[in-house]
Design a protein around this ligand. Structure first.
Ligand code: XIL
Length: 373
């Protein structure tokens, strides 16, 4: 919670906790709050208003990664996603190792369920991900193929998946994480076997399969200008100049309080250069992790990280969605992927809003923006 706001309203986080056993209850209870408090205490009003409604002012889609199993099994998880977000991304179930664990045996059922959930709640879907070096099936990585065969396998995979979901995906992450921190190409399975042309090929195959989906290149540590984002810029500039069907750049937004991060203006400037190439931008996987235990100061710093990315996006006309990689500390990839770290999300483990949530709500409420997605 922003300190000035906190002091001005005279309410405490504990009061919010009392009012709201979970955020979903807060959302449900919002109209029941007594009038004067409703008018006087901006913090409560914003916390109680779904992010997806607040985001409508800026014509921004606000989204989250969704864990398919929790969606099926946990009511609070499901209800919060339905109420709070206007776009969803499958956290894992559209990845290659899920959709084709055995060569030739396609299984899109978990992805289909998410697509249906999204449809029934008026949400758009970010498809994630067609070509990545990680979460590949072992039949693929342990097979022996000529470059031509492998290129064909890659394109066939894209074609099968993008065709299956044709018309149901708003943005596809076509290629994920192809660049290293120093701006050289990642020595990935794809690069080592096919060279840099796999990227243009992937976009062409995806476009043939689903001509209406917006096709994105997606990567992390490219939020502001640095050797990696400069290299991504050079690469997508070349793709655009070659007429490759790319529509956008996804900026993942995995921040870590152990490392410096830039403010909204630097982030917006970086997005603007992609926009100047004719591309959309999106924040696709925002979270801000910290060494545990969390404390109030770290949570304020975390709020600043979320706010920098969201404001950067809101300052950029063609930044069309802001997606968090999980929304509650009860379900996050961070503790598994980064030893000793966690508390990276907008809601805590009990679905209570953290300072980051209020910062995001406040930023969204401030903006009136018009663009043409
Ligand atoms: C992560 C998932 O969140 C985990 O559940 C899974 O075990 C590994 O992948 N960048 C990406 C995402 O593009 O696909 C990754 O998701 C996180 C980093």
């Amino acid at each position: 919670m922003k300190l000035e706001r906190f002091l001005a309203t005279g309410i405490s986080a504990a009061a919010i906790l009392l009012l709201a056993p979970t955020l979903v209850d807060a959302l449900d209870a919002a109209p029941m709050l007594p009038g004067p408090r409703h008018e006087q205490h901006g913090a409560i009003r914003l916390v109680a208003q779904p992010l997806r409604e607040l985001a409508q002012r800026s014509e921004l889609r606000i989204g989250t990664a969704v864990d398919a199993q929790s969606l099926q099994n946990e009511t609070t998880y499901r209800d919060t996603i339905a109420k709070m977000f206007s776009t969803v991304t499958p956290e894992n179930v559209m990845k290659w190792d899920t959709v084709e664990p055995v060569q030739g045996q396609l299984d899109f059922s978990a992805g289909d369920q998410l697509v249906e959930f999204a449809r029934s709640h008026g949400q758009l879907v970010r498809g994630h991900v067609l070509v990545w070096h990680s979460q590949l099936p072992s039949w693929l990585t342990s097979g022996t193929y000529t470059p031509d065969e492998l290129r064909q396998i890659m394109c066939q995979h894209i074609q099968q998946e993008a065709t299956h979901f044709r018309g149901k995906i708003w943005q596809w992450d076509v290629v994920n994480e192809a660049m290293e921190e120093d701006g050289t190409m990642r020595q990935s399975f794809w690069f080592k076997n096919l060279g840099p042309t796999f990227i243009a090929d992937a976009f062409r195959c995806a476009h043939r399969a689903d001509p209406k989906a917006l096709l994105f290149y997606n990567d992390y540590n490219i939020e502001w200008s640095n050797p990696k984002s400069d290299a991504v810029y050079a690469m997508v500039k070349q793709l655009v100049s070659q007429g490759v069907p790319i529509d956008g750049v996804g900026i993942q937004g995995h921040l870590d309080l152990q490392y410096p991060f830039s403010g909204p203006v630097s982030i917006a400037q970086n997005m603007q250069r992609f926009q100047d190439l004719g591309l959309f931008t999106a924040v696709t996987e925002a979270d801000v992790r910290m060494m545990l235990p969390a404390d109030d100061l770290k949570l304020e710093a975390q709020a600043a990280g979320y706010s920098a990315m969201l404001q950067g996006c809101l300052l950029t006309e063609r930044c069309i969605s802001f997606t968090v990689w999980g929304f509650t500390d009860a379900h996050s990839w961070v503790p598994y992927a980064f030893s000793g770290q966690g508390a990276a999300n907008l809601l805590d483990e009990n679905y209570q809003p953290k300072a980051g949530y209020e910062a995001v709500a406040t930023d969204l409420a401030l903006v009136k923006r018009e663009h043409q997605p």
